[in-house]
Design a protein around this ligand. Sequence first.
Ligand code: 5RP
Length: 222
Amino acid sequence: MKEKQLAGEEAVHYIKEGMTVGLGTGSTVYYSLMKLGELVKNGLKIKGVSTSKSTTALCEQLGIPLISINEVNRIDVTIDGVDEVDHKFNGIKGGGGALLFEKVVASISDKVIWVSDSSKVSQSIGHFPLPVEIVPFGYVHVLRTLENHNLNPQLRVKQNEIYKTDSGNYIVDLHLKEIENVEQLSSFLKNMTGVVEHGLFLNVVDTLIVGDHDRVNITIVK
Ligand code: 5RP
């Protein structure tokens, strides 16, 4: 079995009858959704809160019942992927462009589980380009400001068109290689006019599940 599949399926053990479950986005969570779909088919009652149009579409296909985030008070457990995670359990997310909804869902979740393959675990985050979601209006100026701070921004383009998030925003990927101070960069980006959200997820994950060859490593972070 592939590492992503091992991790994705393992996370589903944390979902219990009656729970409200945050459903992340990406190719690792895909395996969680496939497994969850089977359990739902066999009678498990849960309500899912989706983090993207693609996850919503897959849930509809699999018969996983969804509820709007605005109709829940809290989420019991959220399963999501991650693009890079370090030994302090800080992560970069947003490779799939869903970072804004993923961060909102994580912020109201009692427990956040990240599922990953072993290639994404690193000593320090920053090798994976850091996604920053920005509003289209005046985006050229945000790009220039990021450039002036030597953050190596690259506007995300897909099939020759500017990539748009589910909210209609743009994504800028910062090619940093290394981040000296993650907290400082996080507040700097958060305070920049035109920036909606960034992909630094600091102190967010509660349980990390990593597929490693033919086994899973589970770390209880908090
Ligand atoms: C999407 C994300 C994903 O969780 C992240 O990109 C990991 O994706 P994958 O499991 O496909 O590698 O943050 O915005």
